[in-house]
Design a protein around this ligand. Structure first.
Ligand SMILES: [Zn+2]
Length: 188
């Protein structure tokens, strides 16, 4: 709801908390972003000075039901669609064989299709750096990195799927398909 008085507060809110990794006293930063014609998004982040553990999450405040968002990227225009991924969400790009599951190490973020691909590319770079990669794995990674470049150039298509059981993630765009994640069909 746009009229929610809480949505008008734009300053950062700091709340004390406990590091989920080592138990030290830390401070959580809560930052509300209000983007015109887009749901308010809460960014929560913390860095533990004791152990270096970090958390970063982004949550849409307006979506509620468990949803699957499907964006068919046919060119560079769709790559500009806004993507909010909370840490509870799974990202799937079938064409790239990519599935990013929610987990303790994952980050929530506000980005767009291009930003998601850049993140996937960075993960591939990290995998490339392992010394136990076989030649076959290295070849496959380079193949996927090339595919990412082609999609970014608008030469290849992809499907971006975002599944969020908590309903706090979203993809915003005119051609985005939204499906209910569970069997219960609530009112739309
Ligand atoms: Zn810690």
């Amino acid at each position: 709801m746009e009229s929610d008085p809480q949505a008008e507060r734009k300053e950062d809110i700091m709340l004390p908390g406990i590091c989920t990794s080592c138990g030290a006293q830390i401070v959580y930063h809560h930052h509300l972003t209000s983007i015109p014609y887009f749901s308010d998004t809460l960014i929560v982040s913390m860095t533990c000075l004791e152990c270096g553990y970090r958390e970063h999450d982004a949550q849409c405040l307006s979506t509620r039901s468990p949803s699957r968002y499907i964006l068919h990227v046919k060119g560079t225009a769709e790559l500009m669609c806004r993507v909010v991924r909370s840490t509870a969400a799974r990202i799937i790009i079938p064409e790239l064989g990519v599935q990013i599951d929610p987990g303790p190490a994952c980050e929530g973020f506000i980005s767009n299709g291009e930003g998601v691909l850049t993140r996937v590319d960075k993960v591939l770079d990290t995998v490339l750096q392992r010394d136990d990669n076989t030649e076959e794995i290295v070849a496959r990674i380079h193949e996927r990195k090339q595919m990412i470049r082609d999609i970014l150039d608008g030469k290849k298509e992809m499907t971006l799927i975002l599944e969020d059981p908590h309903g706090t993630s979203t993809i915003d765009g005119p051609d985005v398909i939204i499906e209910e994640l569970d069997e219960n069909h609530d009112e739309k």
